[in-house]
Design a protein around this ligand. Sequence first.
Ligand code: GDP
Length: 596
Amino acid sequence: MKREDVRNIAIIAHVDHGKTTLVDELLKQSGVFRANQEVQERVMDSNDIERERGITILSKNTAVYYKNTKINIIDTPGHADFGGEVERVLKMVNGVILVVDAFEGAMPQTKFVLKKALELNLDVICCINKVDREEARPNEVIDEVLELLMELDANDKQLDCPFIFASAKAGWAARSLDDERVNMVPLFETILDYIPAPEGDPEKPTQVLISTIDYNEYVGRIGVGKVDNGSLKVNQEVALVNAHDPDKFKKVKISKLYEFDGLNKVEVNEAQIGSIVAISGIADIHIGDTLCSPEHPEPIPFQKISEPTLSMNFIVNDSPFAGQEGKYVTSRHLRDRLFRELNTDVSLRVEETESADMFKVCGRGELHLSVLIENMRREGYEFAVSKAEVLYKEDENGKKLEPMELVYVDVPDEFSGAVIEKLSMRKGELLNMNPSGTGYTRLEFSIPSRGLIGYRDEFMTDTKGNGILNQLFDGYGPYKGDIQYRTMGSLIAFETGEAVAYGLFNAQERGLLFIGPGERVYSGMVVGQNPKNLDIEVNVCKRKQLTNTRASGSDDALKLTPPKVMSLEQALEFIDTDELLEVTPEHLRIRKKILD
Ligand code: GDP
């Protein structure tokens, strides 16, 4: 059966190309907002770190109505795929809207998501947005998008996809540049015409694959998924079955069922084929579970959630200065917050360690963990972190394997040499080099994940902030051998109010270790994003704890920068006093200026 009254679509866009504005506008025009009620809140991208970093991590749902059709709009992660999230989200929909800025054109960041969409045979509507911009070059951008589709679409099926011109800001969409520019109707109509209605068999036993998990303090875990077969009713008994462990399942009763309406969830008693639903009240509902009829516990297969490749220790700040930067400082706070994160982030792993004050957090790359760290700091958590370490594996013959990444870099031509040199030093292998002819070169590398640790900052410095770097997990490969970093890190010192502490600062690791007088140990990390002006935050730690953290590392960088204990006189010989810009002993904070 086809649900002609429903369309399920996902939006793919590079950051700032207007996804949020477009969805706001569709919402407004669909009458979801009462007249004269301003759209104050951003619809999507509510996580401001995502905005700063130009990525969207959490998928969000919105539903708009046009004529008698409900259009579910699902946001897609705009950048790194932290845990197979893109594919799970795309499995709920029958088509995508690719939003492209009429001046900037198609950006490489959208490529991964678009490629997945095409692999899943989804239909594409391309919306060339910001046509009102003075510099807009919509016709050239169409050619660029077609080129991209040709490159990504193995069977060229989407080459005749509809193009819509729009100014989300001005509230109009048009099928051609000569058409009248009135409202969003041409886009609504194209969605209805072009994107297939969801299909399924209402007579078959119930199957609802849980694609994402929301978490709400009051109702707990909320599973979101699409009704693929059968139907779902309140009070219905279902089996929770996971395709990766189909024999173990439990039966539960559906207590609360919702559908999306505008930005809200509204309770419903029953949901039919093709509906995107949210289910609360099931405490141990997980991503990848299929809600099945208990008589036919047949789960829907899904891509296994990718495993973490990198770990960091999150450590309680037990310095006398703890509590100055944040509200939550205790081991209990840290523990609760980290384990709570597991409710919504399936690619994260949190482990207790021998020390009650330290947790091992494993994630999908440095960016994944640094987003978590920043989120927590903003929420008022104060803690120290160790440097990132790669999670190695062994193959069946006991040979060491390490996580690999594909790296896509776009840089102004003059910087490509520096990038190639740095990444080669970090065991990167150049796979492709394409000058675009417009002053930018696209470089493609295969590189061990550990080679990228701390590289983003260097990259920003080396490209004077003009480069774009994307990475994509590429599975485990044979260990590539030691990495020899050329720059070793520099020695810096600071006053703590009681004495001078000194130590080795390593830009690549964003990590620091100081041994102060009286054998007190100071550890710290670099905070702040400006590569030319690093804020360094230092925590005083117990010596034992810190030694444990450091000694557990098998990373090559660690060997190059062993913690050193030396006398102040010895240390001073290495200190470049120019680097000491600002000393604020109360906060144990120094500002280190990286000179050009
Ligand atoms: P997102 O990051 O893709 O969600 O992008 P936003 O919707 O937040 O838009 C980014 C910026 O582009 C904002 O300043 C918008 O006001 C602006 N913008 C969005 N759509 C248009 C448009 O059609 N024309 C122009 N000129 N600006 C737009």
